[in-house]
Write a protein that binds this ligand. Structure first.
Ligand code: PGA
Length: 248
């Protein structure tokens, strides 16, 4: 049985005080849960949020990680620094990084490797654009995104990684993939991993992301290969996010 994981992605939103208030509400409101909960917060607030979450089981994540270990990479934040700030997770290859900041599959693979070297669990985001879906290229795109990382890190690396399937057309648009549409791709991803290692395929958590809301979370999380969610917009509202956390 895979443990469920619900992860909030605050993206570039809120002030320090707003983040602290949100984290406090989550810490106080979560209660007893068997699933894991985490929040990916802006780099500059990591240590503030870590303090608020100190006595709660909610884990801390970053939204990106440098593709190099250290050195002259102005503006980047290394995996060592993230570990130092108490991060358990780091997103790699979020579609906003891929599309607005030019992260290639090769860069994403390097970020993944750097995170793992420091004991941070990379959350590899994959997913197709609307154009790609309409051209029937969903599986092809997901394959390329997965293969780049498997080639660089090896399949065994997925024993300590999370995959998030986020169809780009569903992110922040209010359009969610149907439960069946999401399940179809999740199952495909698990089969691709199983072709290399059944043991890892059985174990790896595959999260769904793309307009997860309190009213659609239950249906999505009930699907066989959906092990939780990566929640953007709806993670900025404490009550809504807690409701999603309890939809597992
Ligand atoms: P959304 O974002 O829930 O606002 O669609 C998901 C994500 O980008 O991680």
């Amino acid at each position: 049985m895979r443990q469920s994981l619900i992860m909030g992605n605050w993206k570039m939103n809120g002030s320090r005080a707003e983040g602290q208030t949100l984290a406090k509400a989550l810490a106080e409101g979560l209660g007893e849960v068997s699933q894991e909960v985490a929040v990916c917060v802006p780099f500059v607030y990591l240590t503030d949020i870590r303090e608020v979450l100190a006595s709660s089981p909610i884990a801390l994540g970053a939204q990106n990680v440098a593709d190099q270990a250290s050195g002259a990479y102005t503006g980047e934040v290394s995996a060592t620094m993230l570990a130092d700030c108490g991060c358990k997770y780091a997103l790699v290859g979020h579609s906003e990084r891929r599309s607005y900041y030019g992260d290639s599959n090769a860069t994403v693979a390097s970020r993944f490797v750097q995170a793992q070297k420091q004991g941070i669990v990379p959350v590899l985001c994959v997913g197709e654009t609307l154009d790609e879906r309409e051209q029937d290229k969903t599986f092809e795109v997901v394959d390329e995104q997965l293969d780049a990382v498997i080639d660089a890190a090896g399949i065994d690396a997925f024993a300590n990684a999370v995959i998030a399937y986020e169809p780009v057309w569903a992110i922040g648009t209010g359009k969610t993939a149907s439960d069946e549409q999401a399940q179809e791709v999740h199952k495909y991803i698990r089969e691709r991993i199983a072709a290399r290692s059944q043991a890892i395929a059985d174990k790896v958590q595959i999260l769904y992301g793309g307009s997860v809301k309190p009213d659609n979370a239950k249906g999505l999380f009930a699907m066989a290969d959906i092990d939780g969610g990566l929640v953007g917009g709806a993670s900025l509202d404490a009550n809504g996010f807690l409701q999603i956390c309890h939809s597992v």
